[in-house]
Design a protein around this ligand. Structure first.
Ligand code: FES
Ligand code: FES
Length: 171
């Protein structure tokens, strides 16, 4: 099959490569480029293990053809933070938000996009935001704990950066 030239910027680095028009983005990232953070679970849009961010929005990389991502900025779990661990990564460790870890990169990439838009969610909202991500180990309670904890940390960091005072029990 004739390959097509595309450009992908992954975690801030621009790459030029040739791909078959039928190739899924998740395979390009993993097999052609070595970004193995996004996992392949179902390849049918069901599990969310392959979630990355494309131009800032969480997408399931098994639902996007690599050629459709031509020119896009892609962030994988490997590039989520360039300054140590992201608060979500810290909180997933602290709250034991993973067991086998297979779903974890996708969970975190979905949550990171969600918390950008909704910095102070309640537990039910977190569950709804993650409904497209399946944990086969069923560790949802701790996953929600982790996202809740990360949201609090990010809220505190933002307040500190603004030189503000964190309100006790504030919304
Ligand atoms: S591998 Fe993409 S949603 Fe399951
Ligand atoms: S921790 Fe095993 S799939 Fe979620």
């Amino acid at each position: 099959m004739t390959e097509q030239d595309i450009t992908l910027t992954v975690n801030g680095t621009e790459h030029e490569l040739s791909v078959e028009p039928r190739e899924l983005l998740v395979h390009t990232l993993r097999d052609d480029m070595g970004y193995t953070g996004p996992n392949v679970g179902c390849e049918t849009t069901m599990c969310g293990a392959c979630t990355v961010q494309m131009d800032g929005d969480a997408v399931k990389a098994c639902t996007v053809l690599a050629v459709q991502a031509d020119g896009a900025e892609i962030t994988t779990i490997e590039g989520l933070s360039d300054d140590g661990d992201h608060p979500l990564q810290e909180s997933f460790q602290e709250e034991h938000g993973l067991q086998c870890g297979y779903c974890t990169p996708g969970m975190i990439m979905t949550a990171a996009d969600y918390l950008e838009d909704e910095p102070d969610p309640d537990r039910e909202e977190i569950r709804e935001a993650l409904e497209g991500n399946i944990c086969r180990c069923t560790g949802y309670q701790n996953i929600v704990n982790a996202v809740e904890s990360a949201a609090e940390k990010m809220h505190a960091e933002d307040a500190a950066a603004d030189g503000g005072v964190i309100e006790e029990g504030g919304d």
